[in-house]
Write a protein that binds this ligand. Structure first.
Ligand code: PEP
Length: 256
């Protein structure tokens, strides 16, 4: 059975102090190994070290929100895979819709980042998702196929074992508009079939596919309860322990 992963993307939020308090609360409420739920927090770069202090020794994993594909050198403002590993990251989000649509990141760049992260030993949370205009034009699956093919170009099944997919419809991110459970399940089922056709059926049954887009305590259970939904990537509701912990608890309940 696939384990649930509940991941918090803090984006460009928190202060050092509020982030530390949040991480401490999550570490204190972390699921036990037998709960079948993994928890991940992805704070802004400057807070990775203090947050690692709060989560180390707990079942809460640490991730970054992005990474650069070069190993080091004259790349002002960028952060390398080894630097993330050095400060305790096990995961990195790549291809978030804000990087794609605000920073203009392309599938080609995303693919380079995915390769570098896997080669360096990080688990990648690869985000894919359609714009509202794509959905309204009936192009959701074609967009997802393109992002999957681009992001996973030249990546073997063994390498893809270090990837978690996050389906995040752009129109649902930070908007309070959530995909219906049926919309989420349909996209997740499509993504799993894509993975089966690109790799193998067996591998497609193992890969975790998270849903992201206005996940809250009151919709987490029904969304994560869909057969092909293996957890959540949470933005706004990951910034408050009293919202994020009930989402973790919903995953715990579903995996019991
Ligand atoms: C996200 O940033 O990945 C996200 C899903 O945000 P929100 O939960 O706020 O929609």
């Amino acid at each position: 059975m696939r384990r649930f992963l509940v991941a918090g993307n803090w984006k460009m939020n928190t202060t050092r102090a509020t982030g530390e308090d949040l991480a401490a609360a999550l570490a204190a409420n972390a699921p036990a190994a037998e709960d079948g739920v993994e928890v991940l927090v992805c704070p802004p770069y400057p807070y990775l070290v203090p947050i690692a202090d709060k989560t180390s020794g707990s079942a809460v994993s640490l991730g970054a929100q992005d990474v650069y594909f070069e190993a080091g050198g004259a790349f002002t403002g960028e952060v390398a895979v080894d630097m993330l590993k050095d400060v305790g990251c096990s995961h990195v989000i790549i291809g978030h819709s804000e990087r794609r649509h605000v920073m203009g990141e392309t599938d080609e760049t995303i693919n380079k980042k995915v390769k570098a992260a896997i080669a360096g030993g990080l688990t990648v949370v690869l985000c894919v998702g359609e714009l509202l205009s794509d959905r309204e034009a009936g192009n959701t699956e074609a967009i997802l196929d393109g992002q999957m093919a681009g992001g996973l170009a030249d990546i073997s099944e063994a390498e893809a074992a270090s990837i978690v997919i996050a389906y995040e419809p752009v129109w649902a991110i930070g908007t309070g508009v959530t995909a219906s459970p049926e919309q989420a399940e349909s996209a997740h089922e499509h993504l799993r079939k894509w993975v089966a056709s690109r790799y193998t059926d067996a591998f497609s049954e193992q890969i975790q596919i998270l849903y992201g887009g206005s996940v809250k305590p009151d919709n987490a259970e029904v969304l994560m309860g869909q057969p092909n939904v293996d957890g959540a990537l949470v933005g706004g509701a990951s910034l408050k322990a009293d919202l994020f912990i009930p989402i973790i608890d919903a995953a715990r309940k579903l995996s019991a």
